[in-house]
Every structure is written in structure tokens, then in C-alpha cells.
Design a protein around this ligand. Structure first.
Ligand code: GRG
Length: 311
């Protein structure tokens, strides 16, 4: 434990360590039932992209939202590991030359720099499909109906009308397609883009606790309101880090948003209004969890962590 360790960071570290150990097992070299073989270079690239880095904030949200309902930790960790596979795939594909063309991620060479483009694309594909394999397993939940609900919710968060759709809107706003130019998006369009690209997975993380617990509609709505505020806060903090962050702390190149003409909330609102918005979103996240009382204190700390993060 380092000098700055707080109770919140200890809980985040605990989830990170358990998620790491679980992913390490899920990404073993030996094929499992129904598979033929696990090609060495592919498993190496999938492990490179998903182990040994990352805050594991999404699994933390799954575990702590599930803990509100005393869901068995194993179920929450499996769901968190599945979500982390989708998140890591998105980072690998986002870093590709055809997307953001980044050389550094989590302070290390990006997957296509470390391996090659074809391997990076396949590693991303492998992680995405593994996510749904994990959710379909009885260790994730004994009730198949709950597992199907998780699969549906993650697919909707990750796909066409969620993260992948948000990435498409982002590229379109940059004017990346033949015959198009950069778009100047207004606040509503930037909010929609960010809610899809970054917010959808974070929102799923919070929803997942309610799904695993078969929670009531009002409990689920409260978690979704919290997840949506945390998602918006996360993206504004990320935009501020790109503008003001230290690349050695952030672990990736910064200053790229403005250079690429990216549509960001900081660009639309300006720095000081974006910081004020960040504070409002943390307050909104806190209010959303009021029905859960003191049990939700750790999730409120999570929202503050997102707003204050430096990496
Ligand atoms: C290519 C399908 C596809 C989607 C890409 C999520 C995404 C869409 C792109 C990532 C680009 C990016 C930097 C988005 C901002 C928010 C974000 C996801 C930051 C990284 O998440 P952290 O800080 O990363 O949780 P760690 O390393 O801690 O896991």
C-alpha cells in the first residue's frame, strides 16, 4: 500500500487484482471445450492488450453496484471481466492507424506497434467475442435468463447504437470520410456522441449490478442515472486530461483532440464551464444513489475519483 492509499483506492485495487487474476485464467494458452487451439501469437496479443495495465474502473463499478444487493462477488467479477474485454478491444481498435493512429497506450507501445496491424485487429476481435463467451457461462450467474439479459445489455451498449456507433459519429465529426469535412457539433450532439462512445459501457457497468440482482425497476433506474452521470463526467475528465494532462502520467499522447478537431465538451463549453459541469455531474451521481443510503458511499467516491483523475 502506498502513502496516498485511501479506502476507495484499496477497494479499486482489490477489484483490479481480482480482475487481473480472472482474466489471466480466462486467457490461458490451453483451449477450452468447443475450441480447437489457441494460436500463440493471438493469445499473446490478447493478453498484452488486457493484462498488466488499466485502472479496471468498469469492473469496479460492476462489483460495487452488485455489492449493493449482496450479489456473489464471483458473478460480479465475471461480468466485470467480460466488460473489461470489450473495453480493451475498443482501445486496441481505437489505436489502429485507421482510427486514432496512436503509438502509446497505458505507457506502453500500442498493440499494433508491439505486434502488427493484422494481429491487433484479431486480438480485438478475440477479446470482443470472449466477452460474450464469459457472460454465457453458468459461473457468471446460475439463472440463464439473467445471463441473456447481461448479453443483451452489453451488446446494446457496445454495438451499433452504443460504443461502435459513437465511434462512427466521432470519425464523421472529424470529417474523416471521403467527400466530407469536419463538422462543428453543438452541445447536444457532442453529448449524444460521448454518451454512446464512452458513456454506454460505463452505464452498462452500473446497470449490471441491478441485472445480476434482478433489482426493482426504480433501483435499476437509480443505477442508470448514476451510470449516465459518471459516463459524462468520465469523458469530460478525459477531454481535460487530453488538453492539460501530463503524457507521462496519462500514459498516452495528449493534445490530440484539438489537433484532430475532435468534438469535445471542453471544446463546446470552454475549460471553466466544463469543470463546473464536471462538478454538477458528480453531484447528480451522488443524488441518484440517495435511495441506497450509506451502502452507496463507495460508488459516490467512484464518481469523485473519475472527476479528479490524473491518468
Ligand atoms: C474502436 C470500436 C471502437 C471504439 C472506440 C472507447 C473508444 C471507442 C475509444 C477509446 C478512445 C478514448 C481515449 C476514449 C475516451 C475514454 C476512454 C475510453 C478512456 C480510456 O479508459 P480508461 O481511462 O482506460 O478507463 P484504462 O487504461 O484505465 O483501462
Amino acid at each position: 500500500m502506498n502513502a496516498k492509499q485511501t479506502p476507495f483506492l484499496s477497494r479499486l485495487d482489490a477489484v483490479a487484482a481480482e480482475t487481473e487474476a480472472l482474466l489471466d485464467r480466462l486467457l490461458a494458452a490451453t483451449p477450452i471445450d468447443g475450441e480447437t487451439s489457441r494460436p500463440a501469437r493471438l493469445i499473446e496479443a490478447m493478453r498484452y492488450a488486457s493484462l498488466g495495465g488499466g485502472k479496471r474502473f468498469r469492473p469496479f463499478l460492476v462489483v460495487e453496484s452488485a455489492a449493493l444487493f449482496n450479489v456473489p462477488r464471483q458473478s460480479a467479477l465475471m461480468t466485470g471481466a467480460a466488460l473489461e474485454c470489450v473495453h480493451c478491444y475498443s482501445l486496441v481498435h481505437d489505436d489502429l492507424p485507421a482510427m486514432d493512429n496512436d503509438a502509446l497506450r497505458r505507457g506502453q507501445p500500442t498493440a499494433h506497434k508491439k505486434f502488427d496491424e493484422a494481429t491487433a485487429i484479431l486480438a480485438g476481435d478475440g477479446l470482443l467475442t470472449l466477452a460474450f463467451d464469459i457472460l454465457s457461462r453458468p459461473q457468471t450467474h446460475s439463472d440463464a435468463a439473467v445471463r441473456i439479459e447481461l448479453v443483451t445489455a452489453l451488446a446494446r451498449a457496445a454495438g451499433l447504437g452504443g460504443m461502435v456507433g459513437g465511434q462512427m459519429l466521432d470519425l464523421a465529426a472529424e470529417g474523416r470520410f471521403a467527400g466530407t469535412g469536419p463538422q462543428r457539433l453543438g452541445e447536444t450532439d457532442v453529448r449524444t456522441l460521448q454518451a454512446m462512445k464512452t458513456g454506454a459501457l460505463l452505464r452498462f457497468a452500473c446497470q449490471a449490478g441491478g441485472i445480476l440482482a434482478s433489482a426493482t425497476r426504480s433501483q435499476r433506474e437509480a443505477l442508470e442515472r448514476y451510470g449516465s452521470a459518471v459516463g459524462q463526467a468520465f469523458q469530460i475528465a478525459d477531454d481535460l486530461l487530453d488538453l492539460e494532462g501530463d503524457p507521462t502520467l496519462v500514459g498516452k499522447s495528449t493534445g490530440k483532440d484539438a489537433a484532430a478537431g475532435k468534438a469535445t465538451m471542453v471544446g463546446v463549453l470552454g475549460v471553466s464551464s466544463a469543470k463546473a459541469r464536471l462538478n454538477r455531474l458528480v453531484a447528480e451521481a451522488e443524488q441518484a444513489l440517495a435511495p441506497f443510503g450509506p451502502a452507496a458511499a463507495i460508488l459516490i467516491e467512484g464518481a469523485k475519483f473519475v472527476a479528479d483523475r490524473h491518468a
